[in-house]
Design a protein around this ligand. Sequence first.
Ligand code: KG4
Ligand code: ZN
Length: 339
Amino acid sequence: MTIRILGIETSCDETAAAVVEDGHVILSNIVASQAEFHAQYGGVYPEMASRMHLEVIASVVEEALVSAHLGWGDLDAIAVTYGPGLPGSLLVGLNFAKGAALVEDLPLVPVNHLEGHFYAHWLDVVHEDRPSDHLRFPLLALIVSGGHTELVLATDHGQYERLGSTRDDAAGEAFDKVARMLKLGYPGGPAIEEAAQVGDPAVFNLPRAWLPDTYDFSFSGLKTAVLRTLQKYSGSVPPQFYNNMAAAFQESVVDVLVGKTARAAREYAVRAVLLSGGVSANTRLRERARAEIPVPVYMLPKILCTDNAAMIAAAGYFRFQAGDRAGWDLDIDPGLQLK
Ligand code: KG4
Ligand code: ZN
C-alpha cells in the first residue's frame, strides 16, 4: 500500500510543506523563505519569523497539495517538526498540523528536525552522486546549518549516537556572523563562498579549533581572529582583503569539518557519510569531503540541503512505519537533540 505523508516544517525562517510517497518520492516540495526579510537584521528576527509563518502557512500547505494533485483525503498522515528550533516558529507549524490532523482525521507524526536533515538522503532526486542502493548502516551524518553542527553515527533507522556538536556557534552561524563583519550580506554562507572564489586563503593564517580527543567543534575563536585582523585596519580596507579573508575563513571551517568527519568515518568504520544542512551546499566543503573522506560521501541538491518539508515527510514515513503517533498534547521542544 502506498503511504502519502504531508510534511510541515517551520522551525526557523522557512515555511515549508511537502507531500512525499513511501518516504522517497517527492510529489511536491514548497518552501517560502523569509531570508530576504531577515537580511536587514543580518540574522533571523524570531518574533517576526513566527508572525510571517502565520501569514503564509495555510497557503503553503494548500500549494503543496495542489501541486501534488492531491486532496486531504489522499493523505495517510501529517508529519510535523516539533523541535529543535525557534519556539514561536515551531508553534505555528505544530498548531497548524494539529488542527489539520483533527479536522481531516489524520494521524499526526512528530518529527525531529535533525532527523529530517538525515532522511533528506532517502528522497529520490536526480543526482549524480546517488546510486539508489547506497544507504547501508552504519552511516555517519554531518549536519551543518545555521542552527546546528552535529556529527551523528546512525547504526540503524532511529538509532543515533551523537559523536560531537558545536560548543559555541553553529557552522552556518559563523558564516553568517563573519559575512556580516566583512559586509558581504546575509545569508552569509553563499556570500562568503562567492567572495572566496576570487580570494587567496593563504594570505591570512587563521586558527583551526581541532579540540583533540573530541568530535566537538568550536568556531568562536576563528570568528574573533577574523575580527581582530579586521580591526588592525584603520580607515579604508582594500576590497581584496574581504575576498582573501572569506577564502581563509572558509578554508579553516572546511578543514575542521572534513578532518573530524574523516576521522570519525575511519574510527566507526561507516559505510558512507551523509552531508546535510544549509552549509553542506558549500562547494569547497563538498569538494574536499569527497576527496578526503575514505568512504563514499553523499550530498544533496541545494534545495534539499536547506530547510524543507520533504525531508520532514521522509523522516515522518519511517516514524509512521515504526508506529509513532503524537497525541493532542504534543508540545514543541526547542532544544530537542538527536539520540
Ligand atoms: O539548513 P538551513 O537552511 O537552516 C537552518 O536549519 O539553520 O541553513 C542555513 C545556513 C545559513 O547559516 C547559511 O549561511 C548557510 O546555511 N549556508 C551556507 C551556504 N549556503 C547556505 N554556508 C556555507 N556555504 C554555502 N554555500
Ligand atoms: Zn535545518
